[in-house]
Ligand binder design. Sequence first.
Ligand SMILES: [Zn+2]
Length: 314
Amino acid sequence: MRGFTVPTVQASHAIGVDLGGTKILAGVVARDGSVVRRHERATPQDSQDRVVAELEAAVAELLDESVAAVGIGAPSPINQKRGIVVECVNLPLVEEPLRDHMRERFGVAVGIDNDANAAAIGEWRAGAARGVDDVVMLTLGTGLGGGVISGGVPFRGRDGAGAELGHVVIVRDGIPCQGVCAGRGHLEAYTTGLAAGHRAQETFGPAADAHRLVRLADEGDATAREILADIGRHLGSGMGSFVNIFGPELVVIGGGFGVAAWDYLVESATDVMRRESLRPMRDSVRVVRAELGTAAGLIGAAFVGFEALDASAP
Ligand SMILES: [Zn+2]
């Protein structure tokens, strides 16, 4: 009798899940960062159980024998010691032990992280910061997320909740911060798509928003361009401090607003960043635009899954 071999599929992939305020973006990701399959579903808003159930459904949709790990990025500080999503700004998810829950449900290695950390890890592993060991990434969307790679390792701080770069003070007693943050004068309050929308409304009327502001700048409107340049100067204040603290080789600007307004932010942001930072960091740092778009979060989340898998290997 002729022998045959049963084909074995190596469990070489991870599912990355980017939990957003409106959408759950999930994908099966290879070790080289390529996305093999994708799945998307709406984020429920009504209860913690429903959010967790939809996260489970997104993973179940993609799970097969090629998958060895799951990683999830959530819009919340994460307690890495306990594997807990602490508190989402815009979702009913509080003190959720998501890591153990998903590990028990699917029987694979599971890692969780903050969504901006995940985006930074995505750009570092497979995007604009590929091959670079020291990276600061700022994700300018509705909020301002930050992620740091330091010496080739994601920086997470003591409990794993760092680095919340949007909540550093750039103006003492400045304007109130967004969302659940009670602080004042924080970088986030001046540099997000939401902040740009407020600036646009002051100048162009109540119907204006960040999209309109960027469109007007594209059409050559000098006032719109000056507002965006001013937002860039605020961004540069924060970037200068991050350059002094972390000594990065690259500062990556991403997020929906950050990428859309890049042309109008980058020059003024870079000028102020260089003014505020010291040599030799000032001379070697470069500012680049993110490359992975909306996939950065899910790709990075998959690498958080790989990180959990590799940490659990004998
Ligand atoms: Zn804040």
